[in-house]
Structure formats: C-alpha cells, structure tokens
Write a protein that binds this ligand. Structure first.
Ligand code: ME8
Length: 521
C-alpha cells in the first residue's frame, strides 16, 4: 500500500484544441508521478481522452466527419500534448476503447444489481458545454452558473439514487479530512452535499454517441450512458476492472494511494458523484481529489471567441520545454487561480533558471574545468568554517527537512513552495561563491579553492536531484555534467553518503539554461 501510487489527470474532452489549462494539470500530475518514482515507489500515471457525449457529437458534426473519425484525430492531439510536455504517463485511456466500454457497463450492472438505479423520465435543464444537469434554481439569467447555455430536455431516463448518499458522503468526508483538497474546495463540497442531493439522470435517449447501457428490459436499447458516469469509470477501466483480480486493479485501486487531480470546474463530479457511484458498487474510494485553480490569460478568461488561447507548443517553441514546465508550476500556489502573463514568464525563467540555477552550474563547472583539470576536486584535509557548514546543512536532507517532510509537501501539492526553496538554495550557493571567492583562494591556497568548489558541486548535485520532478531534462543534463551515476539520482541520495567522489572525471561544461532575450524588431 505504502509503495503504490496511482495518479490520474482528468480525461480531456476531444472537442477542444489542447491548451495550457490541459498542460497545467498534466504537468502537475507528472511532477507527482516523477517524485514518487524517484522515491522508489511503484507508480501508475494515467491520462487520456473523454470521447463520448453530445458535446463531442456536435463538434464532429460541425467538422463534417463521423464521430469516430473525429475522436481518433483529436485524441491524437492530446497524446501529442503529453509527448510535447514530457509527460511520463504509463497509459493513455480512450473512452471509445473496448476495455473502457466493458468497465463502464460492468460498473452500471453492479450499481443496478445493488438496487441503486431505476427507470424514470427526466425533464429539466441540461448544458451541453458542461455536460451537466442544472436545477431551475441554479440558473443565472437563464444560463448555467458557469455561463454556459442550457436547453430543456424531456426524455425517458435511468436515474441513480444519489439522494440516498448524502449522509454517507458527509460521514466519509468527516472521517477522511484530506479526501478533498484544498480546504476551500472541501468546504464548498460539504455545503453542496448538506444542501441536499437530487437523484441523478444517468442515461440519455435523444442522441446516440455514447456507451449503450446493459440491456435488462425492452426499450433499454435506446439508452446511452450519461457521459460523466462513462468518463469517471476510466480510472478503473485502465486498471483492468471489472477483473478485480487484475494486477493493476489490485496494486493501484485496492492497495494504493490513489489520487485524482482535476481543475476546480469538475470537483463536484469527482468529489460527490464518483464516490457515490463507487460506494453504490461496493468498490473502494480513491484517497484524494485535488482540485487546482483556473488560469486566465493576461487577466482575461481564456476562450476561443477571444482568440487568446495559449497553445503549449508555441510556448515550448519560444521559451523551451523545461522553462514552460517551470513557469506553470512556479507561478501560482497550486490550488489558487493564476494569470498567465508573458512578461512574468520571461522574468521568472530568466531570474530563476538562467541567472540563478543555470549561472551557478555554469560558473562552478567552468572553474572546475579550468582549475581542477576537469575532475571533481578534493575537499579533504580542509577544515570547514561556519559558512561551509551552514551551506552544506541546507542542501542535504536533515532533521529539519526529513524525507517525510519532503513527501508531505509534494503530496499536498505545495509545488511553488518547494520550488521557491530550491531557488533559495541556489541563491545561497551563488552568495557562497561570492563570499568564498574561489578565484582569490586559488592565489592564496589552492586547497581552499578545491574545498569551496567541491561543496558547490555538492550543492549543484542536490539541486539537480531536487529539480528532477519539475524539469527532468535539464536535471539529467546537470547530473550528467556531474557524472552522477544513474542509480544515485533518487531523493534518498540527497545526503553526504552519496557525495561526489574526488578525482572523478567530468565532461566538458555546457550551459543548461540560456537567457531568454526578446527579439527586437
Ligand atoms: O472536464 N485553467 O474535460 P475538459 C486550468 N472530460 N485548468 C484548466 C483550464 C484553465 N483555464 N482549462 C482546462 C472535462 N483545464 C471532462 C473530464 S474526467 C473523468 C472528465 C484543465 O477537456 C483542468 O484540469 O473540459 C480541467 O478540469 C480540465 O482541463 C477540463 O478538461
């Protein structure tokens, strides 16, 4: 249990072109997946695409192609996004795959066999954009609270008895205070559930692009599954469900720390509907739902009509992959809303990556190349002064910064704090060079210069290990420049026990983070 970690992104609708909102969630999950792997855990990281429903059917019709052809094409653009952003997902689920249809139908059957599904008729408001039902009282000026258009729907429908699950959900939230994070979302969900839940319509009959419900009586052939019941099941279908003996199901659902990362827009589906469906099917619940905030662009809502969508490929082409990943995770505390500004992006990547971490590596490695014959210098025999001691104390895992502290901060998604601390260590290392002035020590006592450079290389080694979840390619580049063995790059190697060996040959130094210069016309 302790060693299995399951992390999922939402499965993205294939009606839209991938933008930084999608990249954001996927990179955040990637950070957690990579961190846990670097701690030696057994990780499964799932992403994918949500391909059914009226919204997708309409988008396909608007493009003049058959839905299947349409979803095949758009799903690929999300796979490309994962490649582009260096996302280390272990699987990519599509809801049009047979393994998923089988799982969704099996979940339905289980809920039905347990007596939680009944046939009725739905009449009420539906928003195709949100793929959600709204009560009359929720509408604002005739629109959904999200601003989406709603339409009146009347059709035969199967219902899930959601109204029966309110107390059980509240009890579960109470017993598992970290199930919904951050706290503000947890409070929002608790008050929503306390307000009373209505039974949920879970089948549609007025269009056909979806998974047919299992037929148990005449007339069922007309019903397709509500797209959210279909979509949420993806988290199980990728694990081999309904085969509860499947290795992945056992490792990552039955016996794992499982976490769904979502945007705040879809917290209700994940924190209310999904646990209720699972309880109704006697299945275990995930351990955590983390809802992050929303990005605006230069202060405006990102939208097709405003034409201000930020495309990840454009950012990567202009600023670089790791620069983009760094900025996305660094700019706002995870959970809060954020604003994307080009000016901020340039400022952050220049000050933190180029001028700080990059400069530290470049200065140190070129001094080592020039003055130590390109080998790790020897610090032995030089007594450490106070400056050395406080510098070294900060870079290693210590009683003030234990592996458990580090893990807690990651699992609570404190990404920008973690990154701020790394930046502080790099700044301190740059100050340490300036205070020690190894170029002066060279003239007075070379042994002192060697010791300073050795400590700096150790600082860079630890920083490079720590940045791996966020900017893996650059981290590898630095670790390679330090000739750190491939099996000594985990979080357990952040200690003096794995320090660089004096005399080890280093490759010629190379800059890691170029400074970004605006092109002048
Ligand atoms: O909701 N800022 O898919 P979707 C931050 N298919 N994150 C954003 C964002 C923004 N401006 N825009 C999008 C769906 N996102 C369903 C999910 S899961 C079983 C089914 C991210 O394509 C954020 O993670 O609309 C949000 O929750 C998700 O994309 C919505 O993706």
């Amino acid at each position: 249990m302790k060693n299995n970690f399951y992390i999922t992104t939402p499965i993205y609708y294939v009606n839209d072109r991938p933008h930084i909102g999608h990249a954001y969630t996927s990179v955040a999950c990637d950070v957690l997946a990579r961190f846990n792997r670097l701690c030696g855990k057994h990780v499964k990281f799932l992403t994918g695409t949500d391909e059914h429903g009226q919204k997708v059917e309409k988008s396909a019709a608007a493009s003049g192609v058959k839905p299947q052809e349409f979803v095949d094409k758009v799903s690929q653009t999300f796979r490309d996004l994962a490649d582009l952003m260096n996302i280390s997902n272990d699987d990519f689920i599509r809801t049009t795959e047979p393994r998923h249809k089988k799982a969704a139908q099996a979940l339905w059957q289980k809920m039905q066999a347990n007596g939680h599904i009944y046939l009725g008729a739905y009449s009420g408001w539906y928003s195709v954009r949100d793929e959600a039902y709204y009560q009359e009282s929720e509408l604002v000026n005739g629109k959904a609270p999200t601003g989406a258009e709603v339409e009146w729907v009347e059709e035969p429908s199967y219902f899930f008895n959601l109204s029966q699950w309110g107390d059980k959900l509240l009890e579960f939230y109470e017993k598992n205070p970290n199930f919904i994070m951050p706290e503000s979302r947890r409070n929002e969900i608790i008050s929503f559930v306390k307000g009373g839940l209505k039974d949920l319509s879970i089948s549609r009959t007025t269009f056909s692009w979806g998974i047919p419900i299992p037929v148990s009586q005449a007339g069922d052939e007309k019903h397709i599954m509500y797209v959210w019941l279909d979509a949420l099941t993806n988290y199980l279908s990728a694990l081999g469900y309904p085969d509860e003996g499947a290795v992945d199901y056992q490792d990552f659902w039955q016996n794992s720390y499982s976490m769904h990362m979502v945007g705040k827009d879809i917290i209700r589906f994940h924190a209310v509907y999904w646990p209720a469906f699972l309880m109704a099917a006697d299945l275990p619940l995930p351990k955590r739902i983390f809802a992050h905030g929303w990005w605006t662009i230069e202060g405006e809502k990102m939208s097709k009509s405003l034409g201000n969508t930020v495309i990840p490929a454009d950012l990567v082409a202009e600023f670089g992959l790791d620069q983009t990943r760094w900025f996305l995770m660094r700019e706002v505390p995870f959970g809060n809303d954020g604003n994307f500004s080009r000016e901020r992006m340039v400022a952050v990547i220049n000050s933190e990556l180029a001028n700080n971490i990059g400069n530290l590596a470049q200065r140190t490695l070129s001094m080592v190349a020039k003055n130590c014959g390109g080998k790790v210098p020897n610090a032995d025999g030089v007594e450490k002064d106070e400056l050395d001691m406080s510098f070294l104390y900060n870079i290693y895992v210590t009683e003030a910064n234990t592996p458990q502290d580090i893990e807690n901060r990651y699992m609570n998604c404190k990404f920008n704090d973690i990154m701020a601390d790394i930046v502080t260590i790099a700044s301190e290392a740059n100050n340490y060079i300036d205070s020690k002035a190894p170029w002066k020590q060279k003239k007075t006592d070379e042994r002192l210069m060697n010791a300073t450079l050795y400590h700096l290389l150790e600082g860079i080694r630890c920083i490079a290990i720590m940045i791996q979840p966020f900017i893996p390619d650059s981290a590898v580049k630095i670790l390679d420049l330090l000739a750190v063995p491939a099996n000594e790059r985990g979080f357990s190697h952040l200690s003096y026990d794995f320090a660089l060996k004096a005399g080890a040959e280093l490759p010629p130094p190379e800059p890691v983070f170029p400074r970004f210069m605006e092109k002048t016309v």
